[in-house]
Design a protein around this ligand. Structure first.
Ligand code: CA
Length: 467
């Protein structure tokens, strides 16, 4: 699900998702039924290969360094009779040192002290930040819950309750009501899940160490500016682990840029005021380029001989060209005329449904940079508006690849000379492009959808060539 960013993610770089979390990450033990029909040797080879990779990724120095740290921590523990985690010390240093940076950016000493005192390194945030998911939830499973009948019905109830607000927002910002309702439903289930972390603790934990320090420092300054400008009480600013907050899960920097007072009380309260939150999302989508009276796209049907390498979600072609290539609407009729070029996205390869997407789809991606998220927003919006949902069927028999298998996929493609980018267990755009090249080179339909079956073929070739 995690395509490499096509734009700067607003929420969690490299790990965008649901409520600032990650919609597709399965909890560890949720292993789906075992892989019937996949040769055991293939799976074993994958496991061995990735075990080797893991060892190779831990240079001796790093191991020694860690042991050294543990030794020191134990030593301190014995000497002081207190558990001292060096990470806590590093965190406290960060909070002390970052004050100068914040003050240089105009934050008052009082605001810094109020927001940053009494916070601690949050190990739950660290775990969520570091976690390499064992399994990534398949898109059909994600969409099942993101666009469930319950969520559609709740969205339709909110459409009635918020009708007056939504009418105002449609005319002011040009964003249709069902898209605003759907973003709200997808981000927090219409306000039911707005996050319970202390915003400053979450951002400071992401900022003191780890893979997202630059992102988190930037958002931390924005959060402090928010306290200063809006006179908010930092203790009330609850967020997701990744620092997105309120009914529509905005980041502090997004608040500063786009938040709007929707109910006219003179304050911008994205936590408690639904009109403020919906207006702010409309303002954000409009400033990201939402085109009034243009759709996001629609489901399409591709002919069996379709050159699937064109369906990478990026390649823009006029509708007439797609029509010449045999693309039809989901019901088999001709594609509706549209002056805007579109790109075709096949989230589950050639055996799943395809979608024609236009510029507005990319605007939703800017709100939260995961294509499955954007599709969920657009499809739930259609359903809330009473339009049809997805007609095509998904290849539900395909099992999700484990982390070891995803790593094996990447390293095997690399060994065969197809550049998958960084070998990190994330099957994003780079891996899919490499897989498409592999498929083309082997005369297969180049849909770039990584399956266990393809992994078996690739590993067999690696073994035959003794690579
Ligand atoms: Ca307000």
């Amino acid at each position: 699900m995690r395509q490499p960013p096509t734009c700067q993610p607003r929420k969690t770089p490299d790990f965008p998702g649901f409520s600032g979390g990650s919609p597709h990450v399965m909890a560890g033990p949720m292993r789906p039924p075992q892989h019937r029909g996949t040769p055991r040797l293939v799976r074993a080879a994958a496991t061995v290969m990735s075990a080797l990779l893991v060892v190779a990724a831990l240079p001796g120095d790093a191991v020694a360094h860690r042991t050294h740290h543990r030794h020191h921590a134990r030593h301190a523990h014995h000497a002081l009779n207190l558990p001292v985690d060096p990470r806590d010390i590093a965190f406290d240093h960060f909070v002390t040192d970052f004050r100068a940076t914040a003050l240089a950016q105009g934050i008052s000493p009082t605001v810094y002290a109020t927001a940053m005192s009494g916070i601690h390194r949050n190990s739950q945030v660290e775990t969520l930040n570091q976690e390499q998911p064992e399994f990534v939830r398949p898109i059909w499973s994600y969409l099942d819950s993101a666009t469930s009948p319950l969520r559609v019905a709740a969205g339709q109830r909110q459409a009635i309750e918020q009708a007056a607000n939504l009418t105002t927002l449609e005319s002011k910002f040009g964003v249709p009501r069902e898209i605003l309702l759907s973003v709200w439903g997808n981000e927090t289930n219409y306000g039911a899940n707005i996050g319970t972390f202390n915003l400053f603790e979450a951002l400071a934990t992401l900022a003191y160490d780890g893979a997202r320090t630059d992102f988190a420092k930037h958002e931390l300054i924005a959060a402090l500016q928010l306290v200063q400008q809006e006179h908010l009480d930092p203790k009330d600013m609850r967020s997701s682990w990744a620092g997105a907050f309120g009914q529509l899960q905005m980041l502090p920097s997004t608040f500063l840029k786009s938040a709007v007072d929707g109910d006219g009380d003179g304050k911008r309260d994205l936590w408690h005021s639904i009109p403020d939150a919906l207006a702010s999302a409309a303002s954000e989508l409009a400033s990201d380029g939402w085109q009034k009276n243009a759709g996001w796209g629609y489901e399409v049907r591709l002919p069996p001989d379709f050159p699937y390498e064109l369906a990478d979600g990026e390649m823009l072609k006029p509708i007439a060209e797609w029509t010449q290539l045999g693309v039809r609407a989901a019901d088999g009729t001709a594609l509706p005329a549209n002056a805007e070029p579109g790109s075709i996205y096949i989230p589950a390869g050639r055996r799943g449904p395809g979608f024609m997407t236009f510029a507005n789809f990319k605007v939703v991606l800017k709100y939260n940079n995961a294509v499955s998220y954007a599709l969920a927003v657009c499809v739930l919006g259609d359903l809330i508006a009473g339009r049809a949902g997805i007609q095509g069927s998904w290849p539900r028999e395909e099992q999700p690849l484990s982390r070891d298998e995803r790593l094996a996929f990447q390293s095997a493609l690399a060994k065969l000379g197809f550049d998958p980018g960084k070998i990190d267990g994330v099957l994003g755009r780079g891996v899919k492009a490499a897989l498409r090249q592999y498929q083309r080179a082997h005369g297969m339909p180049a849909d770039g959808f990584p399956t266990l079956g393809l992994l078996g073929l690739i590993l067999t070739e690696v073994a035959q060539k003794r690579l």
